[in-house]
Design a protein around this ligand. Structure first.
Ligand code: PLP
Length: 450
């Protein structure tokens, strides 16, 4: 049984699907020895159903920080059907274009912070990060500074897995055995205020700025093209920086003509209670990379939004020799437009803040538990950091995985574990009852951790 016809797939049992999955589908981040599978087949609102018919409360945005408008929205299915029957695809290479990619670029520019109005479309976040890195280097090169090639990023920052984005990502295991990754990438320490011991008693922002200045001096500030960072680190466990961190980084980079790229793949489109999180953190980025919430996951799509002069600079001379076949795919763009309409019409950007408040209130007693070090809430993103002891703040790595499995298998609540942190990033349409159900289950499971 190696080829599954559509008819056959539709009548397949859960066990058959799981077996085919084990034999043919390579999963990111899964070890061969892991035989467990959870095959999802349907979604509606904040719930998904697996092939066994079990219903789960999705507290993770499809286990990947998206699903802003919830699962199974007919408005987005209709947008896809309408567009594919009108025009499924036409390239935007060279002089060609399609109406939906134009409308989407204009819409993104409309929502964007002042001064950012040029948009390059991609299929997702990693491609967006690669695109931004290329654009930064090319921009400098076209202005007569071809030696500005270095890219600064942060340890525990996540920017994706292609060789460019993977070189910027700050998790060593992403590179093990697959190197060499790209030269001229440098990592600095991230702001993780809960782990203040990292800063040797110094104010975290003072420490980090001093380290960044030293790093620039070592490389040569006129050799650095850009720094990239998530406004709030997601994969590091939902970590907002101190208020003065981004303004001071911005000021330092600006002094040396270094561009700042905000990786808003997770944070944009309402997730943190703002259209773009960087705008309110004093980050004032020169480029913003976005994906996930742009379509709520209904189609693969990302974008890089950039300053007017950067967009103009990279298209001079030979033009921007960069582009993907599915750049500005008409159906993906039509879905994105309908998705942004829903986010706006249903007030989901504001609702994210409300969702965060419900989750914070619901987790109030969990915050006092002996293995809960810190609970961080940023809009509708929550990180629950588990520790061996609150005194030492030593990470409790096994706890997050075990709790996540129990929440899913016993309580039918899907959460995700990132290292020693349990992460929540639910659809923004989550209601109060489901928020209470999730936080009750989480509190109960964490209370039994030892
Ligand atoms: N940047 C951030 C902050 C992300 O969280 C991710 C994915 O989770 C990426 C980039 C990579 O995006 P993609 O998986 O769409 O390539």
């Amino acid at each position: 049984m190696t080829i599954a016809s559509t008819a056959r797939t539709q009548s397949m049992s859960a066990a058959e699907l799981e077996d085919l999955d084990r034999r043919h589908l390579i999963h990111p981040h899964q070890r061969a020895a892991q035989h467990e599978r959870h095959v999802m087949v349907r979604g509606e609102g904040c719930h998904v159903w697996d092939a066994h018919g079990t219903r789960y409360l999705d507290m993770t945005g499809a286990a990947n920080w998206l699903a802003q408008v919830g699962h199974g929205r007919p408005e987005l299915a209709e947008a896809a059907a309408r567009q594919t029957s009108e025009l499924e695809y036409f390239t935007s290479f060279d002089v060609y274009s399609n109406d939906k990619s134009i409308l989407l670029a204009a819409r993104i520019a409309d929502l964007a912070p002042e001064g950012l109005d040029r948009v390059f479309l991609t299929n997702g976040g990693s491609e967006g990060v690669d695109t931004a890195i290329k654009a930064a280097r090319l921009f400098h090169s076209r202005r007569g500074e071809p030696d500005r090639t270095w890219i600064i990023s942060r340890r525990f920052g996540y920017h994706g897995v292609t060789y460019g984005a993977g070189s910027a990502s700050g998790f060593d295991h992403l590179q093990f055995g697959a190197g060499p990754f790209l030269p001229n990438f440098e990592k600095v320490t991230p702001p993780l205020p809960y782990h203040r011991e990292m800063y040797g008693g110094e104010d975290p922002t003072d420490f980090l700025l001093r380290e960044l200045e030293e790093t620039l001096a070592r490389i040569g500030p006129d050799k650095v093209a850009a720094m990239i960072g998530e406004p709030v680190m997601g994969g590091a466990g939902v970590v907002p920086p101190p208020d003065d961190y981004w303004p001071r980084v911005r000021e330092l980079l600006g002094r040396h003509g270094i561009l700042l790229i905000a990786d808003e793949v997770v944070t944009a489109f309402g997730r943190t209670g703002a259209w773009f999180d960087s705008a309110r953190r004093g980050m004032a980025p020169d480029m913003i990379v976005m994906a996930k919430g742009l379509t709520s996951g209904y189609a693969p799509l990302g974008a890089v939004l950039m300053r007017t002069d950067i967009g103009d600079g990279i298209t001079e001379d030979q033009g921007f020799a960069h582009g993907f076949t599915y750049f500005g795919h008409a159906a993906s763009c039509a879905i994105a437009l309908a998705n942004l309409d829903l986010i706006e019409k249903e007030g989901l950007v504001d609702r994210a803040r409300q969702v965060g408040e419900w989750l914070r209130d619901g987790l109030a007693s969990a915050a006092e538990l002996p293995h809960v070090g810190e609970i961080r809430v940023v809009g509708a993103m929550v990180g629950i950091e588990l520790v061996v002891s609150r005194d030492t703040r030593e990470p409790l790595f096994a706890g997050a995985g075990a709790a996540t499995a129990e929440l899913r298998d016993v309580h039918q609540v899907i959460t995700r574990d990132y290292g020693n942190t349990i992460v929540l990033a639910p659809p923004l349409v989550l209601d109060r009852d489901d928020a209470a159900r999730a936080t009750r289950a989480i509190t109960e499971v964490l209370a039994r951790l030892d």
